[in-house]
Design a binder for this molecule. Structure first.
Ligand code: SF4
Ligand code: FES
Length: 235
């Protein structure tokens, strides 16, 4: 097991409270940006925040100082019970086989960012991956999925095709849907549950910050149905 040092980036899920972030973890707004057809296509970094370790991020959705915690969870009686499974992704995901790539999919993690939609959706594109353009698009779409719901493997080598992300947190904004999204946790930051157990370390995951997910601490896309707004973009 790799040794950890006090400065290793880490997120602790506080009981009915915020995410406590320690180590060097930059924080910036990440905006879902559409292509000409209106499909989610790129991430554009907007403002960044000056942060010093440790800092606390709102998890209940009610802070007046988002994305940071202002203690509102105590006033609103936030029920932040963690309901997500800690079974590793590989044991939970469904497999979709294509000629050159394999797609692994854990639907319960979907953050509804819709990068998997262009060109007829990733589940049909996977079947066309003997075409290099379709193969490249599948790799792109899976790697843009913030939630880590979708992971691609090379069919021959079985290796994961994952673009490593720098340890950082993105505060997601989704102007096309007119709402704010989850916290996009990147680069294998350790996430510890309130009970002290750890979730699997992954390159991409999304943590709920609207307070409504049924798969806490992870986002399940509910922010889109409640039209969660953090007020950071003025929308
Ligand atoms: S979070 Fe991932 S799986 Fe869900 S819609 Fe977005 S790209 Fe697709
Ligand atoms: S932020 Fe996506 S469900 Fe709460």
């Amino acid at each position: 097991m790799p040794k950890t040092t006090p400065t290793d980036p880490k997120i602790v899920v506080a009981k009915n409270g915020p995410y406590l972030v320690s180590g060097t973890v930059p924080l910036a707004v990440q905006v879902i940006t559409p292509n000409k057809e209106g499909f989610s296509w790129d991430w554009v970094e907007a403002r960044s925040f000056q942060v010093e370790s440790p800092y606390a991020l709102c998890r209940c959705g009610h802070s007046k100082n988002k994305p940071f915690c202002d203690g509102s969870h105590a006033e609103t009686g936030f029920d932040g019970r963690e309901t997500a499974s800690r079974i590793p992704f590989a044991h939970q995901a469904q497999t979709f086989d294509g000629p050159k790539l394999t797609l692994r999919d854990n639907e319960s993690l979907c953050a509804f960012a819709r990068f998997c939609d262009p060109a007829g959706k990733i589940w049909s594109l996977i079947e066309q991956t003997d075409n290099p353009a379709a193969r490249d698009l599948v790799v792109r779409e899976a790697n843009h999925c913030p939630a880590g719901r979708l992971v691609v493997h090379d069919k021959k080598s079985h290796e994961e095709i994952e673009e490593p992300l720098p340890p950082s947190i993105g505060v997601v904004e989704d102007p096309a849907l007119g709402c704010s999204g989850p916290l996009w946790v990147r680069g294998g930051i350790a996430i510890q549950s309130e009970a002290g157990a750890h979730y699997e370390k992954r390159n991409r995951v999304t943590l709920c910050r609207c307070g409504v997910s049924s798969n806490k601490p992870f986002c399940d896309g509910s922010h889109a149905s409640i039209k969660f707004h953090d007020g950071l973009t003025g929308k």
